[in-house]
Design a protein around this ligand. Structure first.
Ligand code: LIP
Length: 265
């Protein structure tokens, strides 16, 4: 095994181990209090902070030179750092607050701006989605691949971009168009898990008109390494500066159908 793959496998094993440790905080949570950040739909809890603190502490112990780009951090480190962890401590916080057991810990590891490793862990169902760039994606250690079906034979996941009500009409208009063109739609509340559903072939397509880098950094690698395509909703590349963006992810056939459909509408 070449050095780089071995090294990435070791870092992935570290991320998985620490995600599982931190997930106990989620599973044991009680008296969860939501604190509004930018608005009533953009919330954080003490558990988001505690999970993030634990992840950062463990990663710093293992890789003292590492930098961080995390949802619950005020000042982000540089995205072109030699070693960077991109962390969403609890993706699907609204679900977590309201007892919908569909949330995850999402960690991506990047080097000089390139994401090399992704790991998304849903502790409620003990599902660990992982990918190392160039070496495929796995669910609990077993290889996964996107569905080869087109849009009409699959389920579409979407995110409602709840922090951006100015996007609601466009979001639900697109969801209705895709509902008519597919088997059904789902709004499950975690961008990272939606991307993993695409990677595992459970959903044929996922879109959201505004997400943050920590929402998609790991899940996009997992979807791509599973044979999927990831881009912005208009087919572009994600912003190199880590700014918020739209996202579209799916099987090649579903993505092709999406652009053919939206070009017509
Ligand atoms: C959430 C995403 C979700 C999106 C929300 C929010 P959080 O992440 O996973 O898909 O619709 O706006 O960004 O805030 O729970 O980490």
């Amino acid at each position: 095994m070449e050095y780089s793959k071995l090294r990435y496998k070791e870092i992935l094993a570290l991320i998985e181990r620490v995600e599982r440790e931190a997930a106990e905080l989620i599973l044991q949570a009680h008296g969860i209090l939501a604190e509004a950040k930018t608005g009533k739909r953009d919330v954080v809890t003490e558990y988001d902070r505690r999970v993030q603190e634990l992840l950062m502490e463990r990663f710093r112990d293992a890789l003292p030179e590492a930098h961080f780009f995390c949802e619950e951090m005020d000042e982000q480190d540089r995205l072109d750092a030699e070693q960077l962890f991109i962390i969403d401590p609890i993706d699907g916080t609204m679900n977590f607050v309201h007892g919908f057991h569909h949330s995850c810990i999402s960690v991506a590891y990047a080097e000089r701006g390139i994401v090399r490793i992704g790991a998304v862990y849903n502790p409620y169902v003990d599902e660990m989605f992982t990918a190392v760039a160039g070496h495929g994606s796995s669910l609990n250690g077993r290889p996964i691949h996107v569905s080869d079906a087109g849009l009409s034979e699959g389920i579409v996941c979407f995110g409602s971009a709840p922090y951006n009500p100015e996007l609601s009409d466009r979001t639900f208009g697109l969801a209705r168009t895709l509902y008519d063109a597919s088997l059904d739609v789902r709004r499950e509340g975690s961008a990272a898990l939606d991307l993993c559903s695409v990677a595992a072939g459970r959903a044929g397509l996922y879109f959201e008109l505004r997400v943050s880098l920590w929402d998609y950094a790991a899940g996009a690698l997992i979807a791509e390494e599973a044979g999927g395509q990831c881009c912005t909703a208009d087919g572009g590349c994600f912003p190199a500066d880590g700014s918020k963006t739209s996202i579209l992810a799916g099987s090649p056939a579903a993505v092709k159908d999406f652009f053919r459909l939206t070009a017509e509408s």
